[in-house]
Design a protein around this ligand. Structure first.
Ligand code: GLN
Length: 537
C-alpha cells in the first residue's frame, strides 16, 4: 500500500456551504507546502455523469482534458491548484452501480448475492483510493457531495468508515463542513444544528476530526469551546469559515485559522514553509483595479450564476491580470430583439455570447452578434456563441437569409453549422459529444495567434455541431476567417473578423482552462480590447 494520506470532506446542516471551495483551499495550502495533492468529488446522484443534467440542476458541466463531463467543483480544483483533473476525479452513484452491475453480468461475483455492503461500498472504496495508489500524490482529498443524513449518501459514509478503519487514524481523516446560523431575534449564533449533524455522522460510525463552520459572524472562544466539547473535536480543530469577499480569499482565511496545521498534525505530516506569493499577488491586483469595464454575458441560463461558472471565473482571472475590474451584466437572450438590442447593450464594453444547446433564445444571440459586429464592440463567441457568429455572417453578410444550424432546423436550406460526420449515427445522449482536448493550429497574424503566442494549442470541447466545411470558402471570402483549424480533421475551431477591432468565436471552451496563476490568453486579450473600446467611446 502507498503512503498516501486521505482526507474526506463531508457536509452537514444544508447544501451549498461551499465544500468544494474549502477542499480546494485546503489543497492549495498543502500544495504551497510542496505536498502533492489532488481532489476528487463523489456525487451521490444516479446520473452516470452530470453531462445529461440541465444547468438549472447543478450548474455548469465542467469538462476535463480526457473528455470527462464532471461536476463544476472540479473547475474550482483546477483553478485553485493549477493542475488538470481527469475522469478519475469525479465519481457518481450511477457510475458505481453501472460498474458493479457490469461485473455481475460478467460473472465476476461468482454466484454471490450482490449487495450495497460490500459490493457497492467496495467499488466506492476502490475508486476513493485509485488516485492515491498511482503514487503521484501525498494527499488525496475526497469531497462527498450532498449532506450527511441523506439516504443516498449512506454508502459513501459507510465506505469512509471502512477506509478509516483499514488505513488507520494517522492516514485518513474527516473534515465536516457545517453551518452556524445566526438568529437575529436572539442575537446569537446557534450550534445545535451542527451538534445534530455531527451526531448523524457518528451514528454511521464516523467521527469528524475537524469542523469547518460556515458563519456570517465571528465565532467566539466560548462557542468554539462548546462546539469542541459537544462535537468531540479538539478546540483548535474548530475552524471558522466566515463569509468572504471572494472565494479566492478562502485559502488565506483557512491559513489564519490554522486548517492546514490541524490537518498535518492529525495525519502526522510535517508542516513546511508556505509560499503563496503568486496567489497574494493575484488577490492584490484583483482587489485594487485601476480601471473598470462592463461585459455583457448573453445566455439563456442567466438567472443562475453557476450555469456559466467557468466563464465568470475566467473573467475574474483576466480582469485581475489586467488590473481591471470586470463587471458582468448577464442578459437573457430570449429578451433581446433587433428592436431593443442597442438599448440592452448600451452600457456594455464587450460581449460574450455563451455556449448552449437547442433553439431557445438563439435569435436574440444572433441579433447581438449583428449589433456588435456593426458597432465595433468586442465580441467573444464561445461554442454555440461561435456558431451564432457564423449564422449571423451567413444571413446578414452573405445574404443566406435562411442560414441556420441543423441543430435548430434539420431541413435548413443553408446549413452553415451542421452535425459532425461521426455524430450522425449516435442515438444515445450521455457522454457521446465530441469531448475533451483536441489540438488546433493557429494562422499566423490572427488575433488568436497573437494572444496565445504559439502555433499549436490544445483546448477542451463539448459539442456535436461544427462549421460546415462546404461553406467555408464562401464564408472566408466574404470576410469571416477561419484562423484555427484541427490539423487532423480540418474542423474549424476559430473564426475571426479582421475588419473588426476584436471579433472572435471559438468552437471550444477556453473557460475550462483559465486558472488563477494562468489566466486564459483569449480572456486576457478580450478584456484588454473591451477596455480599449470603452476608452474610445
Ligand atoms: N449546441 C452546440 C453543439 O452541440 C454548441 C454546444 C456548446 O455550446 N457547448 O455543437
Amino acid at each position: 500500500m502507498s503512503n498516501t494520506k486521505y482526507i474526506f470532506v463531508t457536509g452537514g446542516v444544508t447544501s451549498s456551504l461551499g465544500k468544494g471551495i474549502i477542499a480546494a483551499s485546503l489543497a492549495k495550502l498543502l500544495q504551497a507546502q510542496n505536498y502533492r495533492v489532488t481532489i476528487q468529488k463523489f456525487d451521490p446522484y444516479i446520473n452516470v455523469d452530470p453531462g445529461t443534467l440541465n444547468p438549472y440542476e447543478h450548474g455548469e458541466c465542467f469538462v476535463t482534458d480526457d473528455g470527462a463531463e464532471t461536476d463544476l467543483d472540479l473547475g474550482h480544483y483546477e483553478r485553485f491548484l493549477n493542475v488538470s483533473t481527469s475522469q478519475a476525479n469525479n465519481v457518481t452513484t450511477g457510475r458505481v452501480y453501472q460498474t458493479v452491475i457490469d461485473k455481475e453480468r460478467r460473472g465476476v461475483f461468482l454466484g454471490k448475492t450482490v449487495q450495497v455492503v460490500p459490493h457497492i461500498t467496495n467499488e466506492i472504496k476502490e475508486r476513493m483510493c485509485l488516485l492515491g495508489e498511482t503514487g503521484d500524490y501525498d494527499i488525496v482529498i475526497t469531497e462527498i457531495g450532498g449532506t450527511v443524513g441523506d439516504i443516498e449518501s449512506l454508502p459513501y459514509i459507510e465506505a469512509v468508515r471502512q477506509l478509516i478503519w483499514e488505513l488507520g487514524d494517522e492516514n485518513a481523516m474527516v473534515i465536516h463542513l457545517t453551518l452556524i446560523p445566526y438568529l437575529s431575534a436572539a442575537g446569537e449564533l446557534k450550534t445545535k444544528p451542527t451538534q445534530h449533524s455531527v451526531k448523524t455522522l457518528m451514528e454511521s460510525g464516523v467521527k469528524a476530526n475537524v469542523l469547518v463552520c460556515r458563519t456570517e459572524h465571528k465565532i467566539s472562544d466560548d462557542i468554539r469551546k462548546k462546539l469542541a466539547l459537544f462535537c468531540n473535536v479538539k478546540q483548535e480543530a474548530v475552524i471558522e469559515s466566515i463569509d468572504a469577499e471572494t472565494i479566492y480569499d478562502v485559502p488565506l482565511l483557512m491559513l489564519n485559522e490554522g486548517l492546514d496545521q490541524v490537518v498535518l498534525n492529525t495525519l502526522k505530516l510535517k508542516s513546511k514553509p508556505i509560499d503563496l506569493n503568486r496567489w497574494k499577488d493575484f488577490l492584490n491586483k484583483y482587489k485594487n483595479p485601476k480601471q473598470q469595464i462592463t461585459i455583457g454575458l448573453i445566455g439563456k441560463y442567466v438567472e443562475l450564476q453557476d450555469s456559466y461558472k467557468s466563464i465568470l471565473e475566467s473573467l475574474i482571472h483576466a480582469g485581475a491580470s489586467n488590473e481591471i475590474k470586470v463587471i458582468i451584466e448577464t442578459i437573457h437572450s430570449e429578451h433581446i430583439s433587433s428592436q431593443n438590442v442597442s438599448e440592452k447593450l448600451k452600457n456594455i464594453d464587450g460581449v460574450i455570447v455563451a455556449p448552449g444547446f437547442g433553439g431557445r433564445g438563439i435569435e436574440g444571440k444572433i441579433d447581438v452578434v449583428r449589433y456588435v459586429r456593426e458597432n465595433n464592440i468586442p465580441f467573444f463567441g464561445i461554442c454555440l456563441g461561435m456558431q451564432m457568429a457564423v449564422i449571423e455572417h451567413a444571413r446578414n453578410v452573405m445574404g443566406h437569409l435562411e442560414a441556420n444550424s441543423t441543430e435548430m432546423d434539420e431541413q435548413c436550406k443553408a446549413p452553415v453549422i451542421s452535425i459532425m460526420e461521426d455524430q450522425k449515427a449516435i442515438t444515445e445522449i450521455g457522454g457521446t459529444m465530441r469531448l475533451g482536448a483536441w489540438d488546433c493550429e493557429l494562422s499566423e497574424g490572427s488575433l488568436a495567434y497573437k494572444a496565445y503566442n504559439k502555433n499549436t494549442i490544445s483546448e477542451r470541447h463539448r459539442h456535436r455541431y461544427e462549421l460546415n466545411n462546404h461553406y467555408r470558402k464562401d464564408i472566408e471570402a466574404s470576410g469571416l476567417k477561419a484562423t484555427g483549424i484541427n490539423p487532423k480533421t480540418g474542423l474549424v475551431e476559430i473564426v475571426e473578423n479582421p475588419n473588426h477591432p476584436w471579433f472572435l468565436g471559438v468552437q471550444y471552451h477556453p473557460e475550462y482552462k483559465s486558472t488563477v496563476l494562468n489566466p486564459h490568453p483569449l480572456f486576457v486579450d478580450f478584456v484588454k480590447a473591451s477596455l480599449l473600446n470603452k476608452t474610445l467611446k
